[in-house]
Design a protein around this ligand. Structure first.
Ligand SMILES: [Zn+2]
Length: 74
């Protein structure tokens, strides 16, 4: 996966089976490429996404399922 790529779990049976149902997709951090799981509300832009890497503090929101809006780091 490249940074900012998103794979929907419903389109990937082997991943879907391996991941808790609360998660909706796998997303590669646009800044560092670390893979993280996101929920449906994050995918729809309701909740922000925070990179899971402890060497990266990237925060962003997914807009219209396609575009990333970067949020300021507090
Ligand atoms: Zn990151």
């Amino acid at each position: 996966m490249d940074p900012a790529d998103i794979i929907l779990l419903e389109e990937a049976d082997s991943l879907r089976a391996a991941v808790e149902s609360v998660f909706f997709a796998v997303l590669a951090c646009p800044a560092c490429g670390t893979l993280g799981l996101i929920t449906l509300s994050q995918y729809l832009g309701t909740d922000p996404v925070i990179c899971g890497s402890n060497r990266c503090s990237c925060r962003f929101r997914i807009d219209n399922k396609t575009r990333l809006i970067y949020l300021p780091v507090n």
